[in-house]
Design a binder for this molecule. Structure first.
Ligand SMILES: Cc1cc2nc3c(=O)[nH]c(=O)nc-3n(C[C@H](O)[C@H](O)[C@H](O)COP(=O)(O)OP(=O)(O)OC[C@H]3O[C@@H](n4cnc5c(N)ncnc54)[C@H](O)[C@@H]3O)c2cc1C
Length: 642
C-alpha cells in the first residue's frame, strides 16, 4: 500500500489553518445522526469525546476503569509544554517546533509537529477557562519551569499533579456532555476487537468486565485513544492496566503499526529494589530543574554515605559532558549516561542482579540556594512520594534514580488527519505514533493528547463524516456477527488451556526478555536471541496457561491473559523493527551504531523514514512499508546538547 500522509504543503505556519478551512462541515441538525465511538477517556479520549459531544455528535465513550477519571493520564506529574513565552525568554511556536523535531532525533513529520506547537497555546487557554489550577507566580501570572531538551521555561504545571488536574478539566467537560446525553459512557468495558466492513471501521466488540457480557457496538467512525504499550516491558512507570489490546487488535484488522521500537526510557525513576517487584515509580523530570545528578568518582566510594563524599570526589557527569544543557539534557541522553555510569561500576544503592543501579539526584545545593520552603513549594509532594517508597528523606539524603520504561513514541500509523490505514479508524494521544519521532521531550505527551482531543480530531473526524452516510450497519450484519464470534472463541480458548502458569508470570518473563535485549541498549545478536525466545514462550503460554474462574464474571486473570497474548505479538514486532533499523535514533540505541563519544548515530541516508508495519497473518513475517521523511525547515544534524 502506498502510504499517503495527506500532509499539507506550502508555508508551514499556514498549513493547519488552511487544512481547517478546507475541511468539510456537517450541518448541526445532522450531527446527532452520526454515531462516534471513542475508546479511551484519558486526556486524548476524554477531550475528544467531550468536544465531539459538545458539537452534537452521538458519542459512545469506553474505558476499562470504573471511572473515566482513573485513566492513566492522571499519573502525569511534571507539566505540559506551551509556547506562550510568558517568561520572555525567547520562546516561540517555531522554537517549540524546532526543539521537538530535534529532540525526536529527526524522525517525526514536520507538518504534524508544527501544528502541535501551534495548538499548544490554545490548550493552555482552554484549560485555564475550565479552571485547571496551574501554578501561579506571586504576581498571579501562570508559572513555568524548564524540562529537558529546551533552554526556555515553557512548562505549565500544577505541582506534581498536572495530569490529574488536566484530566479533571477534561472529565468536567465530559460529564457535562454525559448529562446532556450527547455522550454515553461505558466504564469497565474493554474493547477486544475492531469491526470492519468492506475494509472500513464500523464498530468494536467489547467485554463487560463485571458481567463478562460480549457485545457489539456499531458506529460511523471509531476513534482510538487507548494509550501506550510500555507495559510490554512488564516493569514500567505506566499504570498496571495499560496495554496494547485496542491498538494491536486494530493492527490485526489492517491498521499499520509504526515505529514500535521507538520506546522511551525515563532517566529519573526510583530504582528497582528486588526481583519480586511489579511496578516502577517515576520521579518527575521537573526535579532536574534544581536537582543535580552525580555519582562518586571512585567506585570505592559507592557504598559510602553520600554526605560524607566531598565535592572533589563527586562526578556531576551531565554538567561535565553537556555544559550547555547540564542536568536538563533530553531523556534518552540522560538515561544512557546513567546506565554507562552504573556499567562502569559507579552505581549506588543496593545491588540488583549483581550491579548497583542508581545515580544520585541531589537537592543539597538547591536547599542552600533557595531555602527548604521554596524547594518544598516546588516539589514537596514528589519528595513525600519518594520518602514513602524508599524510607529516605530527600531534603537530607540525595535521591537515588535509575532509568525505566516510561512512554512509547511508536503506535498506530496515522496521516495528518490522524486517520489510520483503515478508513474510518482515527487514533489520538499516545496510541498513535505521530509527533515525537524517536524520543519524546518531557511535558509533550499531555500537549499532544490534548491537541489531538480538543483541536485536531474535532476537525478531522467531522471532515470524514461529512462524506459518509450515517447508519446502515447493525448487530445483525454478518461481519459484526463474525467478529463477535471470533472474540468469544478467543476467550474460550484462553479459558480452556487448563495449565499451571499464571498470565502474570508469562508477562514478567516476556518483560525481562524485552528489557534485557530490546531495552536501553540493543544489538543484532540480542534482538535475534529475543526473536528466538518470544515464540517459544508464546507457545508455552498457549499450552500451560492457567486461568481461575469463568468468563461470565469479573475475572482479572482472564483480562490479563488477553492483554499478555497481545503483548507477545507486539513484542515480536518491536524486536523485528529494532533489528531492521540499523541506526541509533533517540530512544532506539543500537550499540553497533554510536559515535566515538557514545552518542546515538543516525543513518539519514537509509533510515529517514517511518517504519509502518503491516500485519500479514499470525505465522507470516510482517511487511514493512515506508513513509519517507523530508525536512524543509529543521535540517537534520548530529544532535548536540554540549
Ligand atoms: C508516571 C507518569 C508521569 C507522566 N508525566 C507526564 C508529564 O508530566 N507530562 C507529559 O506530557 N506526559 C507525562 N506522562 C505521559 C502521559 O501521561 C501520557 O502519555 C498520556 O497521559 C497518555 O494519554 P492518553 O489519553 O493517550 O492515554 P491514557 O491516559 O493512557 O488513557 C487510555 C484510555 O484508554 C482506555 N483503554 C485502553 N485500552 C482500552 C480497551 N481495550 N478498551 C477500552 N478502553 C481502553 C483506558 O481505560 C483509558 O481510559 C507521564 C506518564 C507517566 C507514566
Amino acid at each position: 500500500m502506498q502510504l499517503d500522509a495527506r500532509a499539507p504543503t506550502g508555508p508551514i505556519e499556514a498549513r493547519w489553518n488552511e487544512a481547517r478551512f478546507k475541511s468539510k462541515l456537517v450541518n448541526p441538525a445532522n450531527r446527532r445522526k452520526y454515531k462516534v465511538i471513542v475508546v479511551g477517556s484519558g486526556l486524548a479520549g476524554g477531550a475528544a469525546a467531550a468536544t465531539l459531544g459538545e458539537l452534537g455528535y452521538n458519542v459512545s465513550c469506553f474505558c476499562y476503569q470504573d471511572s473515566p477519571r482513573r485513566a492513566h493520564s492522571i499519573a502525569a506529574q511534571g507539566g505540559i509544554n506551551a509556547a506562550k513565552n510568558y517568561q520572555n525568554d525567547g520562546d516561540s511556536v517555531y522554537r517549540l517546533f524546532y526543539d521537538t523535531v530535534k529532540g525526536g532525533d529527526f524522525r517525526a513529520r514536520e507538518s504534524n509537529v508544527y501544528r502541535l506547537a501551534e495548538l499548544s497555546v490554545n490548550i493552555i487557554d482552554q484549560c485555564v477557562a475550565q479552571g485547571v489550577p496551574f501554578a501561579r507566580e506571586y504576581s498571579g501570572l501562570l508559572g513555568n519551569r524548564s524540562f529537558g531538551g529546551a533552554q526556555v521555561a515553557r512548562t505549565f504545571y500544577a505541582r506534581g499533579q498536572t495530569g490529574q488536574q488536566l484530566l479533571l478539566g477534561a472529565y468536567q467537560s465530559l460529564a457535562k456532555q454525559i448529562e446532556a446525553k450527547t455522550v454515553k459512557m461505558y466504564p469497565r468495558t474493554e474493547m477486544l476487537d475492531l469491526i470492519t466492513v468492506d475494509g472500513v471501521a464500523r464498530g468494536i466488540v467489547t467485554r463487560n468486565l463485571v458481567t463478562g457480557k460480549i457485545e457489539a457496538h456499531t458506529a460511523d467512525v471509531v476513534v482510538l485513544c487507548s494509550g501506550g504499550y510500555g507495559n510490554v516491558f512488564y516493569l514500567s512507570t505506566n499504570a498496571k492496566g495499560c496495554n496494547t489490546t485496542a491498538t494491536w487488535r486494530s493492527h490485526r484488522r489492517g491498521a499499520y503499526f509504526a515505529n514500535p521500537c521507538f520506546t522511551q526510557i525515563h532517566p529519573t525513576c526510583i530504582p528497582q529494589s528486588g526481583d519480586y517487584q511489579s511496578k516502577l515509580t517515576l520521579m518527575s523530570e521537573s526535579l532536574r530543574n534544581d536537582g543535580r545528578v552525580w555519582v562518586p568518582k571512585n567506585a570505592a566510594d559507592c557504598t559510602k554515605d553520600p554526605k560524607s563524599i566531598p565535592e572533589a570526589d563527586r562526578d556531576y557527569y551531565l554538567e561535565r559532558l553537556y555544559p550547555s544543557f547540564g542536568n536538563l539534557v533530553p531523556r534518552d541522553i540522560a538515561s544512557r549516561r546513567a546506565k554507562d555510569m552504573c556499567d562502569q561500576g559507579k552505581g549506588v544503592g543496593p545491588e540488583v542482579g549483581g550491579v548497583r543501579r542508581g545515580v544520585y539526584l541531589d537537592f543539597g545545593d538547591a536547599v542552600k540556594r533557595l531555602g527548604r520552603d521554596t524547594v518544598a513549594e516546588r516539589y514537596d509532594n514528589l519528595f513525600q512520594m519518594y520518602e514513602r517508597i524508599t524510607g529516605e528523606n530527600p531534603y537530607e539524603v540525595p535521591m537515588r534514580m535509575y532509568p525505566a520504561i516510561h512512554y512509547t513514541m511508536g503506535g498506530l500509523w496515522v496521516d495528518y488527519h490522524l486517520q489510520s490505514t483503515i478508513t474510518g479508524l482515527f487514533v489520538g494521544g499516545e496510541a498513535n505514533f505521530s509527533d515525537h519521532g524517536a524520543n519524546r521531550l518531557g511535558a509533550s505527551a499531555l500537549m499532544q493528547g490534548l491537541a489531538d482531543g480538543y483541536f485536531v480530531l474535532p476537525v478531522t473526524v467531522p471532515n470524514y463524516l461529512a462524506g459518509v452516510k450515517p447508519g446502515g450497519i447493525d448487530d445483525s450484519h454478518p461481519d459484526v456477527r463474525r467478529t463477535v464470534a471470533e472474540v468469544e472463541a478467543r476467550i474460550k480458548q484462553l479459558l480452556s488451556i487448563g495449565g499451571k502458569r499464571t498470565p502474570e508470570s508469562y508477562h514478567r518473563e516476556l518483560g525481562t526478555l524485552m528489557w534485557d535485549h530490546c531495552g536501553m541498549g540493543r544489538t543484532a545478536d540480542g534482538l535475534k536471541f529475543a526473536l528466538g525466545k518470544i515464540p517459544e514462550l508464546r507457545e508455552q503460554f498457549y499450552s500451560d496457561l492457567s486461568i481461575v474462574g469463568s468468563g461470565e464474571e469479573l475475572n482479572g486473570m482472564l483480562e490479563k491473559a488477553g492483554r499478555v497474548a497481545d503483548f507477545f505479538e507486539l513484542a515480536e514486532l518491536t524486536c523485528i523493527d529494532a533489528l531492521a533499523r540499523e541506526e541509533s535514533a533517540g530512544g532506539h540505541f543500537r550499540e553497533e551504531h554510536q559515535t566515538e563519544e557514545g552518542e546515538a548515530k543516525r543513518n539519514d541516508d537509509l533510515f529517514s523514514y517511518v517504519a509502518a508495519w503491516e500485519f500479514s497473518g499470525a505465522t507470516n513475517a510482517p511487511k514493512l512499508n515506508k513513509e519517507p521523511l523530508t525536512f524543509e525547515y529543521v535540517h537534520p544534524s548530529q544532535r548536540s546538547y554540549k
